[in-house]
Design a protein. Structure first.
Lengths: 285, 282
């Protein structure tokens, strides 16, 4: 059984006002347990709206969402749902508010009613998961940290709650390549070690190609493609949405348009070069 | 003084982080930017990029050294307004600068404060909407737009001020590939057609590859100031930043024994080259 099931989901913002906007249009797909799903889409494609449905911040108006087989609209399920699904917002460092890193991470755990010893343990574990040394960072003010470090603290505060499903909205936005890869590796490791389901939203497919088991591609509220990463990249119709693709993939699609028989389901520049060389050699013989 | 352009002379900037501790953001920086140039500034987080941007319109003042805008010293209070008229700054997080509930009003806010005629204000608003592709969103509320749309509104608002120098602090961090490409293209058009000097901060090398010059900062020091192509070649100077895909492909194919022209920087050029190559091997 899939851990999340999205059935014919649509969502309209501010219906019957001048600001009316259809954000999601008849979306259906599933997320398997323990899977790493990447959701890609351009600006305004409905990515953030979609994921806010997963932990019940938004309830479906048309269609439905099942988490572990239960409808998110089910009132008796809500409290469980919030614990099950951890959501890391865009720019989560903006929500930091405690005086120390320890208190920041402990805040959610205290609200869950956990014992002090358990809280201590979870805080340290979560800090380590994102590559922060508990001894050095516990007592620091989160506001004395750099942007990248603040981001890691904010992510850790959600990890500490041990959600079954971790949803992250653009966790690398504004970070440099080094900071990005730090966060992404930490999330990947968390998924692999803990068997947690991870859903990562990004406008930058580069972030996801090497990490995600599956990709879901959104455009203007519609689901364009969904499947295993390589399969999605190999899809012919992806070429028309080249606004999402990194340059090397765009180039492969260009070659295809020019009549090359070339596989576009490739994950790196290196793979692309090897594929090109293979074709050139084949043509030569 | 008649010098036109921006002079950053021996600039050092530190912040006090309490208890007599200083955090160094920039150390002995010297950069001269000529009018009409398109300058890329790259560097990792905490390299001093944002500090540099804020020094350029006097939002911050150097701890040591001088920043001169067309000869006007940013430390001179009497010149503050004139400097800010000439140098527009687009912040990293566009939400930090929104003040209006409607996109077109947001863009009109700056010009309104310049005491311009109504016609002139609406002309500038139209132009900015047009250039940034925001016409359809003109009556929307900025805070309800997506991240990328917000960034475009922020740039449009700066453009409506008709600055001589436009400083953009990671304006593409929230944009998808397409919007990024469009924004960079717009900036080049502004640069060429209106002669606006563009100072673009980014850690995406794709954004900066067509800049006239690329300045690389690392931990507050200037470690490179040359053409983007030159700097991409010297990977150690990129300090972990990733050269553009096409550049990497050209290098990899070169290593595989294909004779790739080092002038190839765009996708179109690479496709044309590979197609020629495949015909010649057939």
């Amino acid at each position: 059984m899939p851990i999340i099931e999205i059935r014919n989901l649509s969502y309209v913002y501010h219906p019957n006002t001048p600001y009316e906007k259809k954000a999601l249009d008849d979306i259906s797909f599933t997320v398997g347990k323990g899977e790493f799903l990447g959701i890609v889409g351009s600006n305004g494609s409905g990515k953030s709206t979609l994921i806010q449905h997963f932990n019940g911040l938004i309830y479906p108006e048309l269609g439905s969402i099942l988490v572990s087989g239960q409808d998110t609209r089910d009132k008796d399920f809500r409290e469980q749902l919030w614990k099950k699904v951890g959501l890391v917002f865009q720019f989560p460092e903006k929500q930091l508010f405690e005086a120390t890193v320890f208190d920041e991470l402990a805040y959610g755990l205290k609200n869950m009613g956990l014992a002090a010893a358990e809280i201590e343990m979870r805080v340290d574990e979560a800090l380590k998961s994102v590559g922060l040394e508990p001894e050095q960072s516990r007592k620091r003010s989160p506001f004395s940290l750099s942007g990248g470090m603040m981001r890691r603290v904010a992510v850790a505060s959600v990890l500490a709650m041990k959600p079954d499903i971790l949803v992250l909205d653009e966790p690398t936005a504004g970070l440099d390549p080094e900071g990005s890869s730090h966060i992404l590796q930490a999330i990947k490791k968390f998924q692999q070690d803990k068997g947690v389901t991870v859903i990562l939203v990004s406008h930058c497919i580069d972030d996801l190609i090497l990490l995600a088991d599956r990709l879901a591609v959104l455009d203007q509220g519609k689901l364009l493609a969904w499947g295993l990463t390589r399969d999605v990249l190999a899809q012919e119709n992806l070429a028309q949405y080249d606004r999402l693709l990194p340059d090397y993939l765009k180039m492969l699609f260009d070659l295809k348009k020019r009549g090359w028989v070339i596989n576009t389901g490739l994950l790196t520049v290196e793979e692309a070069c090897q594929e090109i060389a293979k074709i050139l050699r084949r043509d030569g013989t | 003084m008649s010098f036109k352009g921006i002079q950053i002379i021996d600039v050092t900037k530190y912040y006090s982080s309490g208890q007599n501790q200083l955090t160094w953001a920039l150390k002995d920086i010297n950069i001269t930017m000529k009018p009409g140039e398109f300058i890329g500034i790259a560097g990792n987080n905490a390299s001093g990029k944002t500090t540099l941007a804020r020094l350029l319109n006097g939002l911050l003042r150097p701890s040591r050294g001088r920043v001169l805008i067309d000869g006007l010293d940013t430390c001179d209070h009497r010149q503050k307004l004139e400097i800010r008229r000439r140098v527009a700054l687009v912040f990293q997080n566009p939400e930090n600068q929104f003040i209006s509930p409607v996109v077109e009003e947001e863009i009109a806010f700056g010009p309104e404060n310049l005491n311009l005629s109504l016609q002139e204000i609406s002309r500038r608003v139209e132009e900015a909407l047009e250039v940034m592709g925001l016409k359809e969103l003109r009556l929307q509320a900025p805070h309800l737009l997506s991240g990328g749309q917000k960034q475009r509104v922020a740039v449009a608002a700066a453009l409506a001020m008709r600055p001589d120098y436009l400083v953009l602090d990671e304006p593409t961090s929230m944009l998808d590939q397409f919007c990024r490409h469009e924004l960079i293209k717009h900036l080049h058009v502004l640069n060429r057609q209106q002669g606006i000097t563009i100072i673009l901060i980014s850690h995406y090398m794709e954004d900066l590859e067509k800049a006239d010059r690329l300045v690389v900062l690392q931990k507050g020091s200037l470690i490179a100031d040359a053409s983007p192509q030159e700097i991409f070649q010297r990977e150690e100077q990129l300090t972990g930043l990733k050269p553009p895909d096409i550049f990497r492909m050209a290098q990899l194919l070169g290593k595989m024994g294909y004779n790739v022209d080092c002038q190839i920087t765009t996708r179109e050029e690479m496709v044309a080259y590979l197609c020629r190559l495949s015909k010649s091997v057939i």
